[in-house]
Design a protein around this ligand. Structure first.
Ligand SMILES: Nc1nc2c([nH]c(=O)n2[C@H]2C[C@H](O)[C@@H](COP(=O)(O)OP(=O)(O)OP(=O)(O)O)O2)c(=O)[nH]1
Length: 138
């Protein structure tokens, strides 16, 4: 019997608009509630990372996005580190983000991304994002 050993991928979107970065506050599970993340979710079987990100942002925030670039690296996240988190910078193509699954959204200054209590697995992406966000056109 073949065993799939590759961990499931979770994709997160760093939405950048006017040089600021969108952060979203989780409501579940209890240990992650109140902490901040990049909106996104699990990649479905047979789905590309880009397509998963576009789908998740439509579902969670009601917006259409375009992937600009993936940040370096991956992090083990979730219970027992069972998922691999990848994060991409995306731009808004249509719509205004509205929290449907999160209880709060905030646009952060890239120089002060640590103003919110990020999930641990998100922190390693912040330095690259701080450097990159101001270089993107509005
Ligand atoms: N979406 C997202 N999940 C993250 C981030 N950082 C992090 O540790 N995680 C973890 C939390 C969860 O254990 C897992 C993704 O869960 P999720 O609840 O967003 O996934 P999903 O939308 O597909 O949810 P579901 O339908 O399977 O419940 O990855 C992040 O920045 N964004």
């Amino acid at each position: 019997m073949a065993t799939d050993v590759s961990p499931q991928v979770v994709v997160g979107a760093a939405v950048v608009r006017d040089g600021r970065v969108l952060a979203a506050r989780r409501t579940t599970p209890p240990e992650a509630a109140g902490r901040w993340e990049f909106p996104g979710g699990k990649v479905d079987e047979g789905e590309s990372d880009d397509a998963a990100l576009v789908r998740e942002l439509a579902e969670e925030l009601g917006v259409r996005v375009r992937v600009v670039r993936w940040l370096a690296g991956e992090q083990s996240v979730g219970p027992g580190g069972r998922y691999r988190l990848r994060v991409a910078v995306v731009r808004l193509e249509a719509g205004e983000p509205e929290a449907t699954e999160h209880d709060r959204l905030r646009w952060l200054d890239p120089a002060r991304l640590d103003e919110v209590d990020w999930l641990d697995g998100d922190r390693p992406f912040l330095d690259e994002l701080s450097a990159l966000a101001p270089t993107l056109d509005p």
